[in-house]
Design a protein around this ligand. Structure first.
Ligand SMILES: [Zn+2]
Ligand SMILES: [Zn+2]
Length: 250
């Protein structure tokens, strides 16, 4: 299990992780939502967000799972919980894999492009697809836009995100030595430079599948330090930033 003391001692202490996956995301993850929460609790997070894959991911939950989340307890094992989704963008019109009326019941959503729903290297520029997908309710974050297989115009996309009150994530999974996404280091550097320049806050994400990597941002820190990235622009360092990005009430 990843030891969170590294996070707490960092110049960028991570108070919450909003990109995590439970058994409801399919593809072999076996930890339940309860196991994820207990792990986040042990690691000292103040809040955990569960963001299971939308129904277009093979083996993931049906819409009824997401529809039920609005009734789930918001405080368990002593920490606060938010319930979201990592939506799949499913076509060039920016449609996503949950209906807007289901999205309304969630706290937040990521929009992401995944294979095989989109074919790697098939498109030169998917910026307009993200722009259209940003119009769905509860979309707050751009999921791992750092992948050369699904290219976007970072500057144009991030400026539009800023206007919409939507934030890019920097995804620890994209930066791991064995990452399956392509160009993570180079692309995250570009994203950080632009965000610093246009003063757009970023979200640090573990993208933990199961409890193992919850809160683990170890490959992000060197990039933040290298770019001298302002702590004020890191959403996870400030609990009050949750009010901006979700319907979190406190
Ligand atoms: Zn993803
Ligand atoms: Zn994910």
């Amino acid at each position: 299990m990843y030891n969170l003391s590294h996070n707490i001692n960092s110049a960028y202490p991570v108070l919450f992780d909003l990109h995590t996956h439970s058994i409801s995301s399919g593809h072999g993850t076996t930890d339940t939502v309860s196991a994820l929460i207990q792990s986040a609790c042990k690691k000292g997070l103040f809040l955990l967000g569960i963001s299971d894959h939308g129904p277009a991911t093979k083996g993931s939950a049906l819409p009824s799972y997401f529809r039920g989340l609005k009734y789930a307890k918001k405080n368990r094992f002593g920490i606060e919980i938010l319930y979201g989704a990592e939506l799949n963008i499913i076509d060039m019109e920016g449609r996503v894999d949950l209906e807007d009326n289901v999205l309304q019941g969630l706290d937040y959503a990521f929009i992401s492009i995944h294979p095989p729903i989109f074919t790697p290297y098939e498109h030169n520029d998917l910026t307009s697809v993200y722009v259209k997908a940003m119009n769905h309710p509860k979309v707050r974050f751009l999921g791992h836009i750092d992948d050369d297989r699904f290219p976007v115009d970072f500057e144009a996309l991030l400026l539009h995100a800023k206007a919409k009150g939507i934030y890019p994530e920097i995804n620890n999974g994209s930066l791991m030595p064995n990452a399956y996404r392509v160009g993570g280091q180079k692309n995250c550097r570009s994203i950080l430079k632009i965000c610093k320049n246009i003063q757009l806050p970023i979200l640090l994400s573990s993208d933990s599948h199961g409890s193992k990597n919850i809160g683990n941002m170890e490959y992000i820190y060197p990039l933040l330090e290298e770019q001298n990235f302002p702590k004020d622009l890191v959403l996870n360092c400030h609990l009050q930033s949750l009010k901006k990005i979700t319907d979190y009430k406190k």
